[in-house]
Design a protein. Structure first.
Lengths: 429, 508
């Protein structure tokens, strides 16, 4: 379809030339923002996500979740029906009734997200007014917020961004004015605990995480807040936090030993942690991470990797694979390239890295087959078809659903890429 | 609005994808926003397909809505034709595109593509997946079937039929088709076309050459078969050949259609009747079975349960309302309340209430049964990746009946083991909650079935302890029977005597 190429950076003469970013428009083989509910509903333990959408939305979430019914999930879909569209039923009244039923069954819920979808956006169902109206009714037992996870506005992880951004206006004011650190972006609980220990050891006294595990524990924000992004896809959340006076700490992302050290270093500098303390705190885990990586380097070094766009994690992952695992980057596709949040990452990428933003999946598949990379990172819809073409693939979604950040997970992250290669080597069928 | 947690069926355009993906040489252009491509993974992951579904999604965005989404559709359709060179195309809208009313049918017609283009009207806000598959297949047949064909049997002298209904993501469709085609071949009947599974648009044009149609899956094939019956005078089968008896009936039905006598036919591998009659199977007698799935599979499974396994049907239901009437009739036959719902919470409540020893259902019921600590076998779509086995494993025909016997007995505690558990419940090495010993995956203790809230009748602590000596897989039933008995006797407490009085009253 339409093609335009933009220079990657306003080329200052001293930066090495990098290829133009490929920007194509066509079929996108990516999830919509509703998919974020799959991990967010586990992360915030007293929150419920009510998608206001169609049968397609309900089917999407359960398909993405692999239909794993661990327990009654804390999400559901209010499916819009013909009578809602034909005006035979007032959509707002119907929604109120649905919320009544839901909250009656789940009295443990403290925070309810009304999540907009493609159909609710197209029929212009005003969920922010619905959230306001329902909040008044259920105050103070349940807080009701809204955001959109629709595919016409959000790609996959942008759903988490929209969700976290919706939390920001309701975050409490800080009680004092001493500097506080906020780590932004959903992380596995185990990773969060590891980071909390490292920050504490550095002497950073107050560290908050957004989102908190319970609604009552959502962190305060104000001009004394310095925030560090744990995920690269949090554009709107960062804007909202800045709107509350918080200041962003620019950093690469905590993937791999190097990325984690640089990420922690950015916070340490912002909080005037003395270099000796920083070294003392990070030395051992960083060395351990490097040791863990060593095991997989043999498998990965010299191999080429091609990324289809998925989560916006692709540039930092590519940086990790290139610099710490010795891999060659064939193409690094991402659904959206946030040049400011990724500035540190982009300078760390090897010269000549081919980036692509957005997608025309058929043409990207042509490029991938032409490049014949050793490993292709792609969505579940493409993996088996590419394997059948003789390529080795890594499911991108596993990189979002697995704890990969921080020192102790650096080896696990490398292993995720090594496993398909090892498997290919082992199999004789 | 309808509050939904898990769904049995996707939207109708996913049904259309099941038809398109099953066929070859057909391409589907779907007007849809970003994200609807999730449906690809159902086919590539659950069914392990090695090709992408033949679907082009237009992928419009919010900023296109004010501009020209129709143009995006036209570009996508034109480019899809160029790239994939299909024999025919189907075009339609997903739920969001339906709201913006771009008219894919009209737009595609204006493109004047050099292949047949079949428009689909699949109302997303009233209909669901199975209906979408049936409607899509019907439209393809109606548009493509050649009306001027001679019957194949005029040339060959042998009767011929089409096999209709198998799709992608159907439960064991690949193997059922092979089994039934083999059976038909044994009977001296040619298979003219199997569709949609494996058929090209060119094959669809040849449907009229058959003498009759075998409707293997009414949910997806019946609409097309009815049209073929009306248009070409091709009669259709109405027996779903799942189970030994149903397969015999199916053969008899074809015999009647063709005015031939197949009663001398001896199936080569029909082991199931003897496996069921042999004494080892005595312990299966009267086991309580709850059945839920699509109507056709559920009804067929109920007959096998009752007549061929000697189980007792304690619940029967389906999620597709289109076939509710057939299911109600079947439920009446077995004296149970029909459960017609697509709300899995209703199904879960009904299963907990019925306290079955075995659940036959979809993947949803597999999860419900796991939670309740009851054995389960999957008999119907929607199914998960483990229900698409590598081995040949039909559920229809005589080999299908063998498969049903094996897979339904597998989750149960075996006969002698059941007795030992009953006798030596107190053995310290005997954890009766560990589940059947041949199922390693059940090594973890099943969660106890929650006791129904009986706030009127109290259990004496001695009676409660005695109840725990009953093996867990019948304990729920014993508790329920005892409480029912106590209520009938107007007792307000349950003693050990009440427990055994109830046992004497109800039997096992």
């Amino acid at each position: 379809m339409t093609e335009l190429t933009l220079p990657a950076r306003n080329g200052a003469c001293d930066t090495p030339p990098i290829p133009d970013i490929i920007k194509q428009r066509g079929q996108r083989e990516v999830f919509c923002g509703l998919t974020g509910i799959v991990w967010l509903h586990r992360k915030i333990q007293d929150a419920f996500f009510l998608v206001v959408g169609s049968r397609t939305c309900a089917h999407l979430i359960q398909s993405a979740a692999g239909v794993m019914i661990f327990a009654e999930p804390r999400f559901a879909t209010a499916i819009i029906e013909e009578r809602d569209l034909a005006g035979m039923a007032d959509a707002n009244e119907e929604l109120d009734k649905t919320v009544d039923r839901l909250l009656a069954r789940r009295p443990d819920i403290k925070l309810l997200f009304l999540v907009g979808s493609c159909p609710s956006e197209v029929i212009k169902l005003d969920l922010s007014r619905a959230a306001e109206r329902l909040s008044k009714r259920f105050h103070p037992d349940v807080r009701i917020l809204n955001y959109s996870g629709s595919g016409i506005e959000t790609t996959f992880t942008e759903g988490e961004d929209a969700c976290l951004a919706s939390l920001v206006p309701g975050l409490p004011e800080p009680t004092g004015d001493s500097p506080e650190l906020m780590v932004v972006g959903a992380l596995a609980d185990v990773v969060e605990d590891q980071f909390a220990r490292l920050f504490a050891a550095m002497g950073i006294e107050t560290v908050h995480f957004l989102p908190a595990r319970r609604d009552a524990d959502m962190p305060p924000v104000g001009p004394n807040t310095r925030f560090l992004l744990a995920q690269p896809f949090l554009r709107d959340t960062a804007i909202a936090l800045s709107g509350r006076g918080a200041r962003h700490i620019a950093a690469p992302f905590p993937l791999g030993a190097e990325g984690t050290t640089a990420w922690l270093q950015a916070a340490a500098s912002a909080f005037d942690v003395d270099p000796e303390t920083f070294h003392k705190v990070t030395e051992m885990p960083a060395a351990r991470a490097r040791r863990a990586l060593e095991k997989y380097r043999e498998t990965l070094a010299g191999k080429s990797v091609f990324f289809f766009p998925d989560s916006q994690l692709e540039p930092p992952l590519a940086r990790f694979l290139a610099r710490e695992c010795g891999m060659a980057l064939s193409e690094v596709g991402t659904p959206y390239l946030h040049k400011t949040h990724l500035a540190e990452e982009l300078t760390l990428l090897p010269d000549g890295t081919q980036l692509s933003e957005g997608q025309d999946v058929d043409r990207q598949l042509d490029r991938c087959l032409e490049a014949a990379p050793d490993i292709t990172v792609c969505g579940l819809g493409l993996a088996n078809p590419l394997e059948a073409e003789g390529l080795t693939t890594k499911w991108a979604i596993e990189l979002v659903f697995t704890p990969i950040q921080g020192y102790e997970q650096a080896g696990d992250l490398a292993e995720l890429f090594a496993r398909p290669l090892v498997r290919k080597r082992r199999l004789a069928v | 609005m309808k509050l939904t947690v898990w769904t049995y069926e996707g939207p109708p355009h996913v049904g259309a994808m099941r038809v398109a993906t099953a066929m070859e040489g057909l391409h589907y252009v779907l007007h849809a926003p970003q994200g609807d491509t999730y449906a690809d993974l159902l086919f590539t992951m659950i069914e392990r397909r090695d090709h992408r579904p033949p679907v082009t999604y237009t992928t419009f965005e919010a900023r296109d809505l004010g501009a020209d989404t129709a143009e995006i559709f036209k570009t996508a359709a034109r480019e899809a034709h160029e790239r994939f060179q299909p024999e025919a195309m189907i075009v339609g809208a997903s739920c969001t595109a339906e709201l913006i009313q771009d008219d894919p049918a009209g737009l595609a017609k204006a493109l004047a593509l050099p292949c047949p283009v079949i428009p689909l009207e699949l109302p997303s806000y009233t209909k669901k997946e199975s209906w979408g598959a049936a409607e899509t297949f019907y439209q393809i047949v109606r548009h493509l079937a050649d009306r001027n064909l001679d019957r194949l049997s005029f040339q060959t002298g042998r009767p011929s039929c089409n096999i209709l209904g198998p799709t992608a993501l159907g439960f064991r469709n690949r193997d059922d088709v092979r089994e039934i085609a083999g059976l038909l071949s044994d009977l001296g009947i040619d298979v003219n076309v199997v569709a949609p599974l494996g058929a090209t648009p060119a094959d669809i044009t040849r449907l009229g050459a058959a003498d009759f149609n075998v409707v293997l899956y009414p949910e997806t094939g019946e609409a097309a078969a009815r049209w073929l019956e009306k248009t070409f005078g091709q009669p259709r089968t109405t027996t779903v050949p799942m189970g030994h008896g149903a397969t015999l009936d199916f053969i008899a039905e074809i015999g009647a259609l063709l005015e031939k006598d197949f009663s001398a036919y001896e199936p080569p591998h029909a082991n199931m009747p003897w496996w069921s009659r042999s004494v080892d199977s005595t312990y299966l007698t009267g086991k309580r079975v709850f059945i839920f799935g699509d109507a056709s599979h559920a009804i067929a499974a109920a007959r096998v349960t009752d007549e061929e396994m000697g189980f007792e049907v304690v619940g029967l239901g389906c999620y597709n309302r289109e076939f509710a009437r057939d299911l109600r009739a079947a439920a009446q036959k077995y004296g149970v309340e029909p459960l017609i719902t697509d709300d899995y919470l209703d199904v879960e409540a009904a299963i907990a209430e019925a306290q079955p020893e075995l659940v036959l259902g979809t993947q949803m019921e597999r999860h419900i049964a796991k939670r309740l600590g009851v054995g389960c076998a999957v008999i119907s779509a929607p199914a998960h990746v483990q229900d698409f086995p590598a081995r040949y494993s039909p559920v229809m025909g005589f080999e299908g009946a063998n498969t049903l016997f094996d897979t339904w007995v597998h989750p149960l505690v075996m006969g002698l083991e059941e007795h030992l558990l009953g006798m030596f419940r107190e053995d310290f090495e005997f954890s009766d909650e560990a589940g059947p010993s041949h199922l390693a995956a059940h090594g973890e203790a099943a969660r106890p079935v929650p006791a129904p809230a009986s706030n009127i009748i109290q259990w004496d602590s001695e009676a409660e302890r005695e109840l725990k000596k009953i093996p867990f897989f019948v304990r729920g039933k014993a508790r329920r029977n005892t409480e029912k008995y106590a209520a009938e006797q107007h007792l307000d407490r349950i003693s050990i005597d009440t427990l055994y009085d109830a046992k004497a009253h109800y039997g096992r």
